[in-house]
Design a protein around this ligand. Structure first.
Ligand code: WT7
Length: 652
């Protein structure tokens, strides 16, 4: 590992916040950040009790924070009663009833705007539909939806009732959807007849129909009518969402349930190192507190801001920073159905100009892709409304950082490069934009309450500039509480690498001599493609499930836009031969089993794979071969060292 880490380019530039930005910021200099940070770490009870006053409670908590390291039991604001949807909607009605809460930009054609009052009513109606269909506190509702307002409304309706939502990204395959529905035993699936992406019309309901008859827990499928086209509906089970919402008995008032602080708010499945996705469990008060506060300080949010996060609500970024964080703050949040290159590669900039976006949050993969089309697409638009830029999902290389800063931000907008995970609920290591100098490629400092550190293998902190594992030494309010129905996997994945309740994130990182964090990517068998997290073992098991394939190993290779691409080594059953046709078939097969994002870019057929004497595939070596390295490192532990040269020669 050390070798990889040490090779990361040395970046020494420092970019201080501009006076105009700092003047208005909540945290105006490093000393202020440090003071609050120290307080949040030394006296978390005091710090978080004060912050929690900014939320609306039905009943205050008894204890701010409880952590049992041996049982891995974590509670925030225990004894409190609160509701997420209430905090995102009801409490704003008096002051911001007519303020725009949500702007929906359609793929093509007219979008929609919702004031807080309108959004509140829509959420109440949706909640009443769920109630009418028998949904109670604690029931699971699965969403398989495009980026339409009904998705934001639907999840807010769930948290209103205390029903647990589980959003499955619309790009996942029917099989992936089924696995997630079955694991959570969801009673209702909310979906859409179609998903519109640029020129493409994807029939989502057809995908759902491939598996839904086999999902035993499902009672109803609510179908959003995105386009008026012929759609197969099964009587008694499939209901048009719009008809349900229009029904006479559906009122636009629904009381918000008084939830316990530690009641589950949602499950979100994410890839890990084994084949089966993990249902990451978030709860109520801590998650709300954490997304509220990170949104406020990281984006330095002020009442007049127009904020746009380009993520999909199918990922945690969309949950926390399109819906919950912004709305809990009473912000105006933009959501976009389409893609950055449709109708032209200036769609993002056109939207920024159209709504006078002030805060823009996107992913490095999008930045790199748009940079390729050239500055002219950016320059066509008046982006002077922008005052802050954000990045999330993967390391942003200094070159892309500087393009984003110079061309998109016109050298006046700080960039917040935010490191976090599905499991962390909210942003963990990040610049506070008015408080500190930025270094391109660094995620800067831990957020309040986050005791982040970098450890060596043996649990000792690393020296300055020495690579290691990023860890968090004490719980924070947004921390996942468990893996759904799998506490053992929770313990093993996050708390078994280091003793004493230390959270292990799975990323490599270093701290430089100024204490800045630099994230260096995953150290486990998780690959980040275009900011999407994929378990290589999931892809491998998809490949092996195809007839004739006997073994496979999937590794990341660097890609100029996606960050990483996937390279698969495949061995076939005796007597079979690889062909271009089989490559295409296997790629399609993976897309069908997991989703198009998991398709390997390259597939190399091999007679055998490099293995240790105990039979373990040495992925480190395959990774080196796939990336075209001459020196693949130490091969003395291999049982079959001779395969290395063959694989090198046959590399594609
Ligand atoms: C993994 C988490 C956090 C929401 C989106 C992804 C990588 C995330 C950064 C960043 C370098 C980053 C890490 C992390 N990652 N943000 N700013 N710099 N790497 O959520 O799907 O749970 O993936 O994304 O490897 O572990 P996720």
């Amino acid at each position: 590992m050390t070798k990889v880490l040490d090779s990361v380019a040395k970046e020494t530039r420092k970019i201080p916040p501009k006076y105009n930005f700092r003047k208005k910021a909540y945290i105006k200099n490093f000393a202020e950040y440090k003071k609050l940070y120290n307080e949040s770490i030394k006296t978390p009870d005091k710090f978080w009790a004060k912050q929690a006053e900014q939320l609306d409670w039905f009943k205050k908590w008894n204890k701010v924070y409880y952590w049992n390291k041996s049982k891995l039991e974590c509670k925030w604001f225990d004894g409190g009663k609160i509701n997420i949807s209430y905090n995102c909607l009801d409490r704003h009605l008096e002051k911001r009833g007519n303020k725009t809460a949500l702007i929906w930009e359609a793929n093509k054609g007219k979008g929609k705007k919702f004031t807080y009052k309108q959004l509140y009513k829509e959420v109440c109606k949706f909640a009443n539909v769920l109630k009418k269909r028998g949904i109670k506190k604690g029931d699971r509702i699965c969403f398989y939806m495009p980026m339409v307002p009904e998705l934001a409304i639907g999840i807010l309706a769930c948290t209103r009732l205390g029903a647990i939502h589980s959003v499955v990204f619309g790009g996942f395959s029917p099989q992936s959807l089924k696995d997630r529905i079955d694991d959570s035993r969801a009673k209702i699936l909310v979906t859409s007849n179609v998903n519109l992406h640029g020129d493409k019309v994807i029939n989502m309901k057809d995908s759902v129909d491939k598996i839904i008859n086999t999902c035993k827990s499902i009672k109803y499928v609510l179908v959003n009518k995105r386009l008026n086209i012929k759609t197969k509906m099964k009587r008694g089970r499939d209901l048009w969402l719009q008809d349900e919402l229009k029904a006479k008995d559906i009122k636009d008032y629904c009381e918000a349930a008084k939830m316990n602080s530690e009641d589950i708010s949602f499950i979100l499945y994410t890839s890990g190192t084994t084949g089966k996705p993990k249902g990451v469990v978030h709860t109520t008060a801590g998650y709300l507190m954490y997304t509220y506060l990170t949104f406020k300080y990281v984006f330095d949010y002020h009442e007049e801001d127009i904020y746009w996060c380009t993520a999909d609500i199918g990922w945690i970024t969309g949950h926390s920073y399109i819906v919950y964080g912004p709305l809990a703050n009473g912000a105006t949040s933009v959501m976009f159905e389409g893609i950055p290159t449709y109708p032209n590669p200036d769609r993002f900039w056109q939207i920024v100009e159209k709504y006078k976006i002030t805060i823009f949050y996107t992913a490095p993969t999008a930045i790199r892709a748009l940079e390729r089309y050239g500055d002219k697409w950016v320059k066509k638009h008046d982006l002077s409304s922008l005052r802050l830029l954000g990045s999330v999902g993967e390391p942003i290389n200094p070159k892309a950082w500087l393009w984003y800063y110079n061309v998109v931000g016109n050298k006046k907008c700080p960039i917040v490069d935010t490191w976090w995970q599905t499991e962390t609920g909210g942003i963990m290591v990040t610049p506070l934009p008015g408080a500190m100098d930025l270094k391109p490629g660094s995620t800067c400092f831990p957020f309040f309450g986050v005791k982040a550190n970098v450890y060596r293998e043996d649990g000792k902190p690393t020296r300055a500039d020495e690579g290691g594992y990023i860890v968090v030494e004490q719980p924070w309010p947004g921390m996942l509480r468990t893996v759904y129905k799998n506490p053992e996997r929770f313990r093993k994945t996050y708390f078994s690498n280091f003793k004493g309740g230390i959270y292990f994130a799975g990323d490599a990182a270093k701290k430089d001599k100024d204490g800045y964090f630099w994230i260096m990517g995953r150290i486990d068998d998780v690959v980040n493609v275009s900011g999407h997290r994929l378990g290589t073992s999931e892809i491998e098991s998809a490949l092996v499930s195809y007839k004739g394939v006997s073994e496979s190993a999937v590794v990341p290779i660097p890609h100029p836009i996606k960050g990483n691409a996937l390279y698969a080594f495949v061995t076939l059953k005796k007597g079979l031969k690889g062909s271009d046709e089989l490559v295409q078939t296997l790629r399609k097969h993976v897309a069908r089993s997991i989703g198009p994002i998991a398709k390997p870019d390259k597939i190399q057929f091999a007679d055998s794979l490099p293995k240790t004497r105990s039979g373990k595939i040495m992925r480190r070596i395959l990774k080196a071969i796939a990336s075209g390295a001459e020196d693949v490192g130490n091969i003395t532990t291999l049982a079959n060292p001779e395969v290395v040269e063959v694989l090198k020669k046959e590399r594609i």
